[in-house]
Ligand binder design. Sequence first.
Ligand code: MG
Ligand code: MG
Length: 248
Amino acid sequence: MITIKSSREIEFMKQAGEIVGNTHRYLEKYIQPGITTKELDHLAEEFILKSGATPSFKNLYGFPGCICISINEEVVHGIPGKRKLKNGDIITLDIGACYKGYHGDSAWTYAVGEISKEKEKLMKETEEALFEGLSVIKEGAHLGDIGAAVESYALEHHLGVVKELTGHGIGSSVHEDPDVPNYGTKGTGPVLKAGMTIAVEPMLNLGTADVFILDDDWTIVTADNLPSAHYEHTVLVTKDGYTILTKR
Ligand code: MG
Ligand code: MG
């Protein structure tokens, strides 16, 4: 069931989203060669708690970190640990925060130092694909319109669209109905209504769309080891468009 949020619920989700956006801004300046992903995870936890929220992903389905940190060929669900960032890496921080029982969720890919032209292109185009997907959202649009917009942009730019993972409804749970795939057909799927809150999150690969899961049972990586990028916003559907709740 896709829930319609009350104005009170939307207020909490705005606050949760703002905390997520602020956490991204706070962490961005620490993304430098030499820092470990565990250190970034600690900084995120401290910041989220200080903001009066809790990290949504800590222990979610048993996840061992507070935020997901995925480097280069890692698509999603990277576990924070001893790995140090290196010049030329790209790193995705996927951050969730829960405020008064409501969640915000946003992922963003960042460059570490100087990166290759290919990685730069991948990042720019994946961010663009997110906004292509968002651009079709308004009351009366179909869910399939979002995936169709993301997919056609991605294919036009010769990027691999990860299909095993999707965006999602979000509210008092991080993951609610509906699934929001990054592929689809215009005019199909549920009709969007004002008051729905969804997370749109293209995960696009420089090479093949195929992915597999590492032995840690969490980290999803590209099958050809080429880099992947991931951009996500939590948004509120409105009468004539959408409002980004996780603005940075
Ligand atoms: Mg996320
Ligand atoms: Mg999400």
